[in-house]
Design a protein around this ligand. Structure first.
Ligand code: 5GP
Ligand code: MN
Length: 338
């Protein structure tokens, strides 16, 4: 964070304010962990704060401390709109462009509040008075901890806050294995454990919460795994029918795409998931090494993200989307075989 922005942030937080904290649509562990940790901090220092999410989040996050205080814009629209309207400050966490809140964007465009962004995605938009963006950091949760360090507030981090931050760092680093995991990440994690984050408990809550139908859905996804050896690529498809047959719940497909990437010699993996209600195919992209799926998602799938993990969508049918993906691969052949 720039010195001038840190000074402004301190000034904005010096007097009690009405504050709203917002993660991206379909919030993940990092989005929920970071917003809930910041929420607890702001309450502790005397602000009125609320986390407002664009929509619901997966069941495997519904144990995080204070998640029961979260207001969901799609389900509790009036309440959410009122809070956004009355807010003096709005923190946007774990996203880089207001379009990432989808249906909630008009409400944010109308808001009179000043915006503060804390985020690690590439190419951040310019809508905030404080833009703390660092694409080298593995998780927004780590950046929230650095924010507490800059505010000399780490003493206020208690076990509940540490639990939230640990969760987001763990989920965004694939349990501390992605390239973005640094010595600093491990130092922050060590601090969080000392402050009361129960690492074994958190891993169990997130990763050992499968029900039978989700594991069966994984079986279907693995049956649908295709290899494109020429391009060191792999992809998985899941149709709406297949999701319905396995009683699909939000979050059930989390991590499936990584199975494609775990195939030896694979550099690029995608999963295409049909969403009949929204009329789209939701796409997750993953890569190893220097191949940027952020660029591929931006250029071809109306999305973005990070170098090695990105997302996007397509308005075509599932079959057409896969065919389109296969048709663009030759232009990446050299990069994929480097
Ligand atoms: P996931 O595939 O796990 O949903 O997302 C991977 C990464 O890409 C995350 O950092 C997420 O925020 C980002 N991402 C996912 N979907 C989209 C999208 O539609 N647009 C953009 N810009 N980023 C996305
Ligand atoms: Mn994140």
């Amino acid at each position: 964070m720039k010195e001038s922005e840190l000074a402004l942030l301190k000034e904005l937080l010096a007097t009690p304010k009405k504050i709203v904290i917002i993660p991206h649509k379909n919030p993940d562990g990092d989005a929920m962990g970071s917003t809930l940790a910041l929420y607890q901090y702001l309450i502790k220092i005397g602000h009125t704060a609320n986390v407002v999410t664009p929509n619901d989040y997966p069941k495997f996050l519904k144990w995080l401390p204070f998640e029961n205080t979260v207001i969901k814009y799609d389900l509790q629209n009036k309440k959410a709109v009122r809070h956004i309207k009355e807010a003096e400050l709005i923190f946007t966490l774990d996203f880089n462009a207001l379009s990432r809140v989808a249906e909630m964007e008009p409400a944010l465009q109308k808001a009179k509040a000043q915006f503060i962004m804390i985020d690690h995605h590439q190419q951040p938009d310019d809508y905030a008075v404080v833009t703390y963006s660092d694409t080298s950091v593995c998780a927004t949760c780590q950046m929230v901890y650095h924010t507490f360090e800059m505010l000399n507030a780490t003493d206020l981090v208690d076990a509940d806050m540490a639990t939230c931050l640990y969760t987001g760092i763990m989920t965004d680093t694939g349990s501390f294995r992605f390239r973005s995991t640094t010595a600093t990440t491990h130092r922050v994690i060590a601090d969080l454990i000392e402050k009361g984050a129960d690492n074994a408990f958190i891993h169990e809550k997130i990763y050992d919460a499968n029900n039978f139908s989700r594991l069966q859905l994984l079986g279907t996804a693995l049956t649908n795994l295709h290899r494109l050896e020429e391009f060191k690529a792999a992809y998985i498809t899941l149709s709406q029918e297949e999701l319905d047959a396995h009683n699909y719940q939000k979050g059930d497909t989390e991590g499936f795409v990584n199975y494609g990437l775990s195939l030896e010699h694979t550099v690029l993996a995608l999963i295409f998931i049909e969403n009949k209600k929204e009329g789209i195919i939701k796409i997750s992209l993953r890569s190893k090494g220097d191949f940027s799926v952020n660029l591929m998602a931006r250029e071809h799938f109306e999305g973005g993200g990070h170098n090695n993990a990105a997302g996007g969508k397509s308005d075509r049918s599932l079959e057409e989307t896969v065919a389109y993906f296969i048709s663009i691969l030759p232009q990446y052949k050299d990069a994929l075989n480097e």
